[in-house]
Structure formats: C-alpha cells, structure tokens
Write a protein that binds this ligand. Sequence first.
Ligand code: ADP
Length: 197
Amino acid sequence: MRLVLLGPPGAGKGTQAERLVAHYNIVPLSTGDMLRGAVAAGSAVGCKVKDIISRGDLVPDDLVVELIAVQIDAPEAGNGFILDGFPRTVGQAEALDRLLKERGLKLDAVIELKVDEAALLARIERRIAEHKAKGHEVRSDDDPAVLKQRIENYRRQTAPVSDYYRKTGALVLIDGMKPMDTVEAEIEQALQKRAMA
Ligand code: ADP
C-alpha cells in the first residue's frame, strides 16, 4: 500500500498515519520528522533548514525530494509507505510522480483530511499544553505566530497539491473534524472501496 496523507497542521495526520502504518504494515515517511531529526543531529542538512522550520516556511523542494527518494528505496519500504507532510508543493508532487514512475510504482490513494481552519489553532494550542504538562519538549514551530504562518503556507503552497491529485483521480476526501476513530474507519472504508473498484 502506497499512500499520501494531506492536510493542514493540526489536521490529525500524525495520528492517522500511525494507525495506517499498523494496519497495512507499511513504513511512515514524515519529512517533518526527518528534518527535525537532521536539526537535532546537527547535520549539514539540519543546519541549513533549522531557521526555515522555526519560521514556519517550507524548505527547498530538492532537499525533501532527495530525503524521500532515499527512504522509498530502503528495503523497509518494500511493503509500502505512507507519506506524511510530503508532497507539500506541486513541484514536489511532480517529482514524486517521476520517482515512482522510474521505479514502476504507483500511489494507491492520496487521503486529504479536511478541517475547519478555525479549529486548527485551538487543536495545536491544546497539543502544546499537553506536551508541556507531560514535560515533553515543544517544537520550535509550535508557537501561535509561527502556526499562523504554517497554515498560510499550507493554503498558498499545499492546497494546490489537492487539485493536482483530484485531476489524477487519486484524491480521497475525508472529514477530519470527526472523532479520531471515525476518521480512521472512514479512511479504511474509502480504501477498501477503491481496492474493489
Ligand atoms: P505540520 O504538518 O504540523 O506543519 P511537519 O512536521 O509536517 O508539520 O513539518 C514541519 C516543518 O518542516 C514545516 O513547517 C516545514 O518547514 C518543514 N517541512 C516538512 N515537510 C516539508 C516538505 N515536504 N517541504 C518543505 N518543507 C517541509
């Protein structure tokens, strides 16, 4: 199973990605996690992207495309993968198409979690409070001003990715405002329906 999960910050992509990973025995590929890992490790890539991420802006396409290419080729991804946070621009979506085509692979579906924008800020603020209460580290970009920037960038740069996949017929729209278990069930239903079609 090869999936893409689309949706703005706070849409619940992380939660649903975890569930899909367990259900289909596939690997999660989150460019956000990879980039944060690079920053934490202090690698050359990490140094390059640290400030960009803290501002809530997008890192250059070629950099994330390269990260993803390496992971798609890893033996662990043989059974499939779920891309979370990638592609985030139409350029990245085109690059992914090329990557997959070269390898004779195809996406099974692109799942977009639709959420009410007004709910996003509240959701992330709650997540920050929960992390703090548990003594967990808070992401440098989980800050109200940066979050607004991330949502704005989503609207400008990532929303067109949804149109791109609507045209290819891969897009599945799911209401991300429902409870997590309902969202999970609706994703499963939609994937089963596609598999039978
Ligand atoms: P969220 O979905 O909550 O905004 P992510 O963990 O997916 O968070 O991404 C965090 C940050 O990492 C983004 O704001 C951006 O700076 C960078 N990033 C992640 N994925 C990409 C990508 N595909 N292209 C460009 N930048 C990315």
